[in-house]
Design a protein around this ligand. Structure first.
Ligand code: ATP
Ligand code: NI
Length: 309
């Protein structure tokens, strides 16, 4: 079976807040292909989570969304309610931060019950299914876990419970937001294995938002790099970075010598009509401030930069 890809066209998201408008996603056009695990990386605040939440229609009411999001042949824009129905059933979410996503006053069983509700199973079947899900995610004693409150579980266990919740209805797609955030390296490995095991369970398509480049490298088939609300490059960016921002981002990693990203500011506002990175780019020329760089390359690896590619 060929699954559905996510087609995003000229998507922008603005937040209206007391101090004015904040543009979090700025004209993103991208295809997240079915059958692939796509990583989404970039510095804090660049718009990764907002992009993920826009797909799932989970943005607050004071957010305005422009542009198109299609899932296969289906438009996700037009029917917000239908879109909500998709959540869990067809596009599952593994949210950021287990401690904030799990209700501390409800047992794991209650969380899983709710996640399984769309399947319309009888109580007993639902219980069996919840047990099976927990077993699939490495819990040897699912009965005990079902009776536990979130605070009785370790961070890694909570993360695995969230994976069970996000995959409860066997969705076709998964969007995972920072699944390894705040976990030590042992737990990161555990979560990585969990995500890999989702593939075996038939969930073939994933968007994984992460700061963890090791996870991105080990898990993802392709990686999109976001800066200032835009995707500037997508492909095998960790081994063959093309965009000046991607290169600077990778150079800033401890293992590459911690070279900070240039803080020069050529004095042009972000979200100008040109390249989003122009003001900080060592190589930018007048043209970079005037025109949006074209998409260069092919489906496997593309970049938006006049100089690269
Ligand atoms: N609910 C909100 N209300 C107002 N502004 C928001 C809201 N959510 C996000 N933003 C703003 O949108 C921008 C993008 O935020 P987003 O959370 O998508 O960043 P991110 O790339 O996921 O960062 P991180 O890696 O820290 O999670 C930021 O400037 C942020 O302050
Ligand atoms: Ni985020």
């Amino acid at each position: 079976m060929v699954g559905k890809s996510l087609f995003i066209e000229e998507l922008s998201v603005d937040f209206m807040i007391s101090t004015g408008k904040v543009r979090a996603v700025d004209g993103v056009s991208v295809v997240f292909e079915s059958g692939k695990i796509t990583g989404l990386i970039g510095e804090s605040g660049c718009g990764k989570s907002v992009l993920g939440m826009a797909i799932l229609d989970l943005l607050p009411a004071y957010a305005t969304l422009n542009g198109k999001i299609d899932w296969g042949e289906q438009s996700l824009n037009e029917y917000s309610i239908r879109k909500r129905k998709l959540l869990g059933r067809e596009i599952g979410l593994i949210p950021q931060s287990p401690s904030e996503s799990l209700n501390p006053s409800r047992k794991v069983k209650a969380h899983l019950n709710e996640a399984l509700r769309p399947l319309g199973l009888k109580r007993q079947e639902r219980y069996k299914k919840a047990e099976k899900l927990l077993r699939d995610f490495g819990f040897n004693e699912p009965k005990r876990i079902l009776k536990a409150y979130p605070h009785e579980l370790s961070g890694g266990m909570q993360q695995r419970v969230l994976c069970a919740i996000g995959t409860a209805c066997s969705p076709e797609w998964i969007i995972a937001d920072e699944p390894t955030k705040g976990l030590d390296s042992e737990l990161c490995k555990q979560v990585q294995q969990t995500l890999q095991s989702l593939r075996i369970q038939g969930i073939k398509s994933m968007l994984v938002i992460t700061h963890d480049l090791q996870l991105a490298e080990d898990l993802c088939d392709t990686i999109a790099v976001m800066y200032g609300g835009q995707i500037v490059e997508m492909g095998d960016v960790l081994h063959h970075p093309l965009h000046p921002y991607t290169k600077a981002f990778l150079d800033a990693l401890p293992k590459n010598g911690l070279h900070p990203i240039s803080q020069i500011n050529k004095g042009v506002e972000q979200y100008s009509k040109g390249c989003c990175f122009a003001a900080r780019c060592l190589k930018s020329r007048p043209r970079c401030f005037q025109e949006k760089p074209p998409y260069k390359g092919d489906k496997m690896h593309w970049v938006r930069c006049f100089d690269a590619g």
